[in-house]
Design a protein around this ligand. Structure first.
Ligand SMILES: [Cu+2]
Length: 647
């Protein structure tokens, strides 16, 4: 870049993007931030919690052909802590100008920032009441204290109104490598105002001394390792079968784009199979982890990890052979740091192929011939760390047209300290004088489907056993799927029903397969749960997306986050997110529809989850359901000479 003012003012880097959905480049981020700063409206304490590509209108993306001009736009949420104000700004990098600048709705709190982790800890440690509480628990050296800034929630407490808050959850560490979650500093919760960087309130209950046992899980802490594991290596001597071009991925008949967005994490765009569109966009639209412990130190915990912290920006740099095994390709992720500086996370997205057992098989006993094919899947994944927990997010694409999403939840549980003989309450004892509160994890995925085109309809399908009828069902075994159209938004908050083997299908009634049936994909639930906190509780009302399993809305590009734009400290009295949008009661038949699928885990902790929890898997699948006219994976060749069909 040149140094003259003329060069500075010129539109920057637009030529870099070859497709409207390519992630922002370092140059684009710099240029966009410069445009915002040049307005001169922000103070020194302005921060950039969200700086992401403003995805162009769907029509423009879908009709894009290489070489078309692209207006690259960047969407900002700016938090000016000096002015206690949040702005929503859109900048055209191509034109070097502000497209829009508006104040966020009253009470909007952007996510907790990285710097606020440090600031909150500092504020807590310099509060004399906290120092005193530590002393009374035998902790003199505050260097050994760590403080997690946990999102405050909103319980309508008058003195918390208008503040930017976190509640400090403090732990003690023997040394820098210790697992602090083994030593909760129980019964003291400082509440920090992040604007003022000070403790504004400190709640203190009964004095509970530190539990006696460490929670180390590293080599040194564990001691002896088992010795009977031999190497397992995965090689693809002729290289991988997928190709990467920018953020476009092609594998087998799949063609898609990926991006890692700071809030939602991994997003799949324009997913197609054999040239036929299936999904325009798929990504996590919010998640929440409501805790069931009613004690004063824990009752308020319900973390919305996406909207209150940002999943993508917490992405790990993945390590070969550790996080991912095989012939791996990585994609870096480019974010904007909170001070407005570009920030690259190396090896944030992992791409690889996996053997996945058999794809199909039949042994013909009469001819003594076997046909068997191996299944291979393409894995697109990333892992993020949000405080104590890790979440791995995995998209799998299969050769038979199936798409699967799996979340691997691991990391360390929230803990609470006990005194000898204490009833743990709504928590499970996992170590001496240490318990882990009961909680749930809910995830909502926004699935903008395009099954063979934009216009789709959604049906709820129940398996129906038919009554005995002397003419049509004399022996009582008749069964059939009964499909009911989800016609309008007023009837589009649906729940799973195991007694009916319920699933949902997304149908294109304008396209038929060879058997005359409309083409379709079905959404197959995996493990799931129902939200256990009372529907009238503040938690449940702030996380309404978790009150039903499937929601359907008519497409609106503004409707992106299941619990609304600003779940941090969101007011439970204010209806936000999916149920609010559904009040429009839009038509859903043969429309551009969006599915919002909620699934969850009820986590009653086990001792086996301590000190670090083995991966718990949860997810869902999307499978063709008359999208093809026969098994689409017949053309997968046999893997080895000796499995080859005899001719
Ligand atoms: Cu859990």
């Amino acid at each position: 870049m040149g140094s003259s003012d003329v060069t500075e003012a010129r539109p920057v880097a637009a030529q870099a993007a070859r497709h409207p959905l390519e992630p922002l480049t370092e140059e684009e981020i710099r240029a966009a931030v410069a445009v915002v700063r040049a307005q001169g409206r922000l103070s020194e304490r302005a921060r950039y919690p969200t700086v992401v590509l403003m995805e162009p209108p769907k029509e423009r993306v879908l009709s894009f052909t290489e070489g078309d001009p692209i207006d690259r736009q960047v969407e900002f949420v700016v938090l000016d802590k000096e002015h206690k104000a949040t702005y929503e700004v859109v900048v055209s990098v191509t034109r070097g100008e502000i497209v829009s600048w508006q104040q966020a709705p009253e009470g909007s709190q952007p996510p907790v920032l990285w710097e606020e982790w440090d600031e909150a800890e500092e504020a807590v440690k310099s509060d004399p009441r906290f120092v005193d509480a530590c002393k009374r628990r035998g902790i003199e050296n505050l260097d050994h204290v760590m403080v997690d800034p946990v999102s405050a929630g909103n319980f309508g407490f008058e003195h918390e109104r208008g503040r930017r808050l976190v509640r400090g959850v403090a732990y003690w560490r023997r040394d820098g490598r210790d697992n602090g979650y083994a030593y909760p500093i129980e019964g003291v919760i400082p509440i920090v105002d992040l604007y003022e960087r000070k403790v504004v309130e400190l709640w203190e209950g009964s004095e509970i001394t530190l539990p006696p046992t460490h929670g180390r899980y590293d080599a040194e802490g564990v001691g002896e390792f088992r010795t009977d594991l031999r190497p397992l290596e995965i090689h693809q001597p002729e290289g991988v079968s997928f190709s990467v071009d920018g953020n476009r991925l092609r594998w087998q008949k799949w063609d898609l784009r990926v991006s890692l967005r700071s809030r939602e994490g991994l997003v799949l765009h324009t997913v197609s199979y054999d040239g036929r569109p299936i999904m325009y966009r798929a990504g996590l639209a919010e998640m929440v982890v409501p805790y069931g412990d009613t004690s004063q130190a824990h009752f308020w915990k319900a973390v919305f990890d996406a909207g209150e912290y940002g999943l993508g920006k917490m992405a790990n740099s993945l390590e070969f052979g550790c996080d991912c095994l095989g012939e791996i390709e990585y994609l870096d992720a480019m974010f904007c740091g909170e001070q407005g500086e570009p920030m690259r996370i190396k090896n944030a997205i992992c791409l690889h192929e996996e053997d996945y057992g058999i794809l199909w098989k039949h042994f013909d006993a009469r001819s003594n011939e076997t046909e068997v094919r191996r299944s291979r899947r393409f894995v697109i994944s990333y892992i993020c760390t949000v405080g104590n927990y890790e979440y791995g997010f995995y998209w799998y694409l299969y050769q038979d047209g199936a798409i699967e999403h799996e979340i691997k939840a691991t990391g360390i549980m929230q803990t609470k300290g006990l005194l000898d003989g204490d009833d743990p309450g709504y928590a499970t004892v996992v170590a001496p004088r240490l318990a882990a509160p009961h909680h749930q994890h809910f995830f909502n995925y926004r699935l903008d489907m395009t099954v063979d085109g934009l216009r789709n309809s959604v049906y709820e399908v129940d398996a129906e056993p038919l009554p005995i009828d002397p003419n049509t069902n004399p022996y009582g075994q008749a069964m059939k799927p009964r499909a009911s159209l989800v016609a309008r938004e007023s009837e589009a908050a649906r729940d799973l029903d195991l007694s009916r083997n319920r699933f949902w299908k997304v149908v294109n009634s304008n396209v038929t397969n060879e058997h005359g049936a409309p083409t379709a994909y079905r959404l197959i639930p995996g493990q799931n749960a129902t939200l256990l906190c009372h529907p009238d509780s503040a938690m449940a009302r702030r996380a309404r997306f978790a009150q039903h399993h499937l929601w359907v809305t008519a497409y609106d590009p503004e409707e992106r986050y299941a619990a609304g734009g600003y779940p941090n400290q969101s007011d439970p009295e204010v209806l936000a997110g999916i149920p609010k949008w559904q009040q429009a009661d839009r038509n859903l038949e043969n429309e551009d529809v969006v599915l919002w699928y909620t699934f969850g885990i009820t986590h009653f902790p086990r001792p086996e989850d301590w000190p670090v929890a083995p991966v718990e898997r949860v997810g869902f699948s999307l499978k063709p359901y008359g999208f093809f006219s026969r098994n689409p994976a017949l053309d997968v060749p046999p893997p080895m000479d000796h499995c080859e069909p005899s001719g």
